[in-house]
Design a protein. Structure first.
Lengths: 417, 165
């Protein structure tokens, strides 16, 4: 029986050999919830009638969606999380530390071959480190806290081979948008995407995180990569040892095999109000923008900030535009300070906010006015996503967002690179 | 289990932000209060159109987007007793069952606004009483039926203490 990566990881964790379509109960290696989902998980856990979390060392709550808290209601829920974490002796990431999907890999929580559940839909980000990471809801998290296990339906896998190498000015975000355009918003529903090929190998680790993160928008249960030299180097840097990577069998069974060439890819952009409403940037070049947002679990990494800084250096944000920049974690923020990227942003007259999800979910700062147009590096452009249902959100790469913020209109970043 | 109610129609790819906006969901665990904002960004005033026991009937990929369990919870709290859709996004579907909200995957083209339906969960049959038509639906995996019958995953684990497949 030949197996995909997902089938192998679920087999390893359930103690029996499973294939797509099987249902299994598996031990999980890490359980994560954030401040939008943890409070409900605590309530569900209490309803289950157990006093103690089964594996506190494998359980973590992160405050990132509202960081720091903007209101009394949110503060009360944050306090509920802090009390629970203290009582249960669980791991915790306080507001200001950064976004769960960036902080957890940095702190060495994610290992190749792991099975991870997270109450956040972008949990598959960890697939860049060869972990099978699945987004779930609060009650499933409570069940994980209670038992250390969860039930899974073993998913089918789509294999996507990326050939070639990205041209200058085109980035992982553009690959993700292009793939979402091809697969559509439910093209990979219930399925896992295995990415491979020279095109993947050529990407940096930061770019790989972006790709795995964003492919959730195809409905995929997860996205996952194999371990290579770059992964090993990254893990070593973050002091993750004892690797147990998982590769697919040569004759593993895939429900779909797709191949794309990156060499001729152009900058892409998703139009309101759907993530799969993607066109080539050139079709929208010149369109007015009011706000530009750089950050999130998709594009708030150091490489993203470096790319933006290389474009913004010595320039000013257009007078009709507000540029908001949110480093994805405290470590990234600190490195961006050391590398003078923050100085470049401030001199360009951007607003730099503390690490967290920032304006992405419309919970606090950066809410657009009626009819305003936002260009953003986030992963969703649903109506009302940033807090105003009468605003319009376009999704693009950090380079496109930085270039557009200077010109005051949607701009091809290749003009600056 | 037999459910009877009136239909509210929705289109394709209805995401969880539309069901309950992030503007509200981070602030409170009071689902009664949150449910008054159900579908506010795409259909303002929808909450007032719901009668106890009504159904939501939608196209492909209902519940896509964020993992927020507030989405099925506000649907349940608003009085809706089941969501019928051509297909569901996976996290939302799991969340429905986990909170005890019936989610049925079936062909929905021929169901219209305000039709009255009668759903028989055990037999896997939907009777459209308005159009005198019968629809069949695929049964859920055994573990999901057990969770649903227990009233959700919390009461299931309270009773069983562990997963039982």
């Amino acid at each position: 029986m030949n197996q995909t990566i997902a089938e192998k990881i679920l087999s390893r964790h359930s103690g029996k050999k499973v294939l797509a379509g099987d249902i299994c109960i598996a031990d999980v290696d890490l359980i994560m919830a954030q401040d939008g989902t943890a409070p409900l998980a605590i309530r569900a856990f209490e309803k289950m009638g157990k006093k103690k979390v089964a594996y506190p060392e494998k359980s973590i709550f992160v405050i990132d969606h509202n960081s720091p808290s903007p209101s009394i209601g949110v503060s009360q829920l944050h306090a509920l999380m802090r009390n629970f974490v203290k009582k249960q002796k669980m791991n915790f990431s306080e507001s200001g530390s950064g976004i769960c999907h960036i902080v957890l890999p940095e702190r060495g929580y994610i290992k190749p071959g792991n099975l991870i559940i997270g109450a956040d839909s972008h949990t598959p980000t960890y697939g860049a480190l060869n972990a099978f990471a699945i987004g779930i809801g609060s009650t499933d998290i409570a069940a994980g806290l209670y038992t250390g296990k969860l039930w899974f339906k073993v998913p089918e896998t789509i294999k996507i081979s990326l050939r070639g190498k990205l041209p200058k000015g085109v980035f992982a975000k553009d690959i993700a948008l292009f793939l979402i355009k091809n697969l559509r918003a439910d093209g990979a529903n219930y399925q896992v995407i295995e990415l491979k090929g020279k095109g993947v190998e050529s990407l940096s680790m930061d770019a790989r995180f972006t790709l795995c993160n964003m492919l959730v928008e195809t409905g995929a249960k997860s996205a996952i990569l194999e371990v290579d030299k770059k992964t090993e180097k990254w893990l070593k840097e973050y002091k993750v040892n004892g690797l147990n990577p998982v590769s697919p069998d040569k004759n593993a069974s895939y429900c779909q095999v797709l191949e794309f060439n990156l060499s001729n890819l152009e900058p892409q952009i998703a139009k309101p109000h759907r993530v799969d409403n993607v066109v080539s940037l050139k079709k929208l070049a010149g369109k007015r923008i009011d706000e530009a947002f750089l950050g999130t679990c998709t594009n708030g990494r150091l490489e993203d900030l470096r790319i933006a800084a290389s474009i913004l250096k010595g320039k000013k944000v257009h007078r009709n535009v507000r540029l908001i920049i949110v480093p994805g974690s405290r470590e990234i923020f600190l490195n961006a300070v050391k590398e003078n990227l923050i100085k470049i942003f401030i001199e360009a007259e951007a607003a730099v906010l503390p690490p967290g999800c920032g304006p992405c979910v419309g919970t606090g700062q950066g809410v657009p006015a009626d009819k305003e147009i936002v260009i953003s590096t986030a992963n969703r452009n649903f109506k009302g996503r940033m807090g105003n249902p009468d605003a319009f959100i376009y999704l693009a790469s950090p380079a496109t967002v930085a270039a557009s913020s200077i010109k005051g209109k949607i701009t091809d970043p290749r003009e600056f690179i | 289990m037999i459910l009877k109610g009136k239909v509210h129609k929705f289109g394709e790819d209805v995401n969880t932000d539309y069901i309950i906006s992030g503007r509200y969901k981070f602030k409170s665990l009071n689902m009664k209060e949150l449910s008054t904002h159900i579908f506010e960004d795409i259909r303002p005033g929808f909450f007032k159109e719901i009668s106890q026991g009504d159904f939501i009937v939608a196209g492909e990929n209902f519940g896509c987007g964020s993992s927020r369990e507030q989405a099925p919870l506000v649907i349940k709290e608003s009085g809706i007793s089941a969501v019928l859709s051509k297909s569901f996004a996976r996290i939302f579907f799991r969340n429905c069952i986990n909170v005890g909200l019936l989610a049925i995957e079936c062909s929905t083209e021929k169901i219209e606004l305000s039709d009255v339906l009668e759903i028989n969960l055990e037999e896997g049959i939907i009777k459209n009483l308005t159009r005198k038509k019968i629809l069949k639906f695929k049964k859920l995996p055994g573990i999901m039926i057990q969770i649903l019958k227990a009233g959700g995953l919390a009461p299931y684990l309270k009773k069983k203490k562990k997963f039982d497949v």
